[in-house]
Design a protein around this ligand. Structure first.
Ligand SMILES: Cc1cc2nc3c(=O)[nH]c(=O)nc-3n(C[C@H](O)[C@H](O)[C@H](O)COP(=O)(O)OP(=O)(O)OC[C@H]3O[C@@H](n4cnc5c(N)ncnc54)[C@H](O)[C@@H]3O)c2cc1C
Length: 395
């Protein structure tokens, strides 16, 4: 049986950044990444908005606030070093009514505490900066950017291989056993042992933790993020990322307009409860996922506490007109004909049995294992510092 110093499960951006960091800090150490899919970045890392977040939203002192801020810089430096295109296009958080102006001003105070460069702009200045966007006022975050995280993940994978690491794709982990001396990881066709195991399984994080014998209180609940794309006739419709003011009670940021590094402008994502953790077409259902959600009291509590919002999101998902209403609050010229089909993403959101949505990154440890139990947005932005953080915990 092959033996490694470090094994990382999951070749999303968090697992790859961790394996890369481990190889940087332990040159020559044996490192293997085990991935269920046939390629890297197949799930959340390859289905997101591609935003390099600045870190304005997050609770001061939280892992999200600290690691996102470091990640914004680290991601741009990494991209510059490895010739990955990115664009520091900036972002506007647009308030469209007086209640949102109050929440926006609170966000500006948080920006100061979090050390984020940000400037309040008036409705008139907003119209000058983005002629197709309207609002009472906005916050301008000049450092927010865009990138294709698939390119970042592919580059990390190449660097891992160049540094002597191994990448075993198409190998779904089905068993994990920790003993005092080592950890054994089994797939259907192979087994490896390692001194330290790091699990970065995204949408399957809770299942792998239970497989490894951890008594975890959380379950991953999939929230579909459905997008549209503007037609080529709307090229240049916005130059910056345009976001609504988020609801502070929710971990999602609302439907936004995002220029992408490929030259499109996406509209989205929504946040609809998914019936399959890894099923991307609209009506995907996975019976195992549905059964585990139905048996999980936390989900029923979240559903009860957010019934109105949940129904609104389902309505937005089913009827383009309702989705459009969200966008037209700040981009009134958009019409139904502007919303073209675009692939969805699925967010892994950890929820406690008592129905609490976990907002921060959550990392659990045993003697020889580290499990990343919650790595939602902005974990793509924060992946490089998360990798550094985990590598420090693996000492
Ligand atoms: C719609 C959407 C929009 C988002 N927008 C942004 C954004 O603009 N900016 C940002 O910073 N973040 C964004 N995010 C969040 C970001 O994409 C995720 O936080 C990040 O990709 C998480 O990376 P990960 O490596 O933890 O998970 P993943 O990318 O999901 O990777 C987990 C990997 O583990 C593998 N795995 C699972 N089970 C097993 C097993 N049994 N054996 C082997 N391998 C296994 C999976 O196949 C997968 O490859 C968004 C997410 C979504 C869904």
């Amino acid at each position: 049986m092959a033996r490694y110093r470090f094994c990382v499960i999951g070749a999303g951006i968090v697992g790859l950044a961790t394996a890369h960091r481990l190889l940087c800090e332990h040159p020559g150490a044996s490192v293997v990444v085990v991935e269920a899919e046939n390629d890297v970045a197949v799930h959340q890392t390859g289905h997101n908005s591609g935003v390099i977040h600045s870190g304005i939203y997050y609770e001061p002192g939280s892992l999200k606030a600290t690691l996102c801020r470091a990640g914004e810089r680290a991601t741009k430096e990494f991209c510059a070093e490895h010739h990955i295109p990115f664009d520091e296009c900036g972002k506007l958080i647009v308030a469209t009514d007086t209640a949102e102006v109050a929440r926006m001003d609170a966000l500006a105070e948080r920006a100061v505490i979090n050390g984020i460069e940000c400037r309040r702009v008036s409705g008139a200045e907003l119209a000058e900066m983005e002629p197709h966007v309207t609002g009472l006022a906005a916050l301008h975050l000049p450092r927010t950017g865009i990138v294709d995280y698939r390119r970042v993940a592919a580059t990390l994978a190449r660097l891992i291989l160049d540094a002597g690491g191994e990448l075993r794709t198409g190998q779904r982990v089905v068993a994990i056993q920790e003993s005092t001396a080592e950890v054994t990881v089994r797939t259907a066709s192979a087994a490896v042992t390692c001194e330290r195991l790091v699990v970065c399984a995204g949408l399957q994080a809770d299942r792998l933790a239970r497989l490894a014998g951890l008594d975890v209180d959380v379950q991953i609940v999939p929230f579909r993020g459905e997008y549209f794309r503007l037609p080529p006739s709307r090229a240049g419709f916005v130059r910056r990322l345009i976001y609504p003011v988020p609801d502070p009670a929710l971990p999602f940021l609302g439907v936004h307009l995002s220029p992408t590094i490929a030259g499109d402008i996406t509209v989205g994502p929504s946040a609809v409860l998914g019936l399959a953790r890894q099923g991307y077409p609209k009506l995907s259902v996975n019976l195992r996922d549905v059964a585990s959600m139905a048996a999980f009291p936390g989900l029923w509590r979240v559903a009860a506490a957010n019934a109105t919002l949940g129904l609104k999101e389902i309505g937005n998902s089913m009827f383009k007109g309702r989705y459009l209403r969200e966008c037209r609050r700040y981009a009134p010229e958009l019409t139904k004909a502007d919303l073209l089909a675009h692939p969805a993403g699925i967010r892994a959101q950890a929820v406690r049995r008592d129905g609490t949505l976990l907002h921060d990154f959550v990392i659990e440890r045993t003697d020889r294992m580290i499990h990343v139990l919650n790595s939602p947005s902005p974990a793509a932005t924060a992946a490089l510092p998360i990798g550094r953080h985990i590598a420090a915990l693996s000492e």
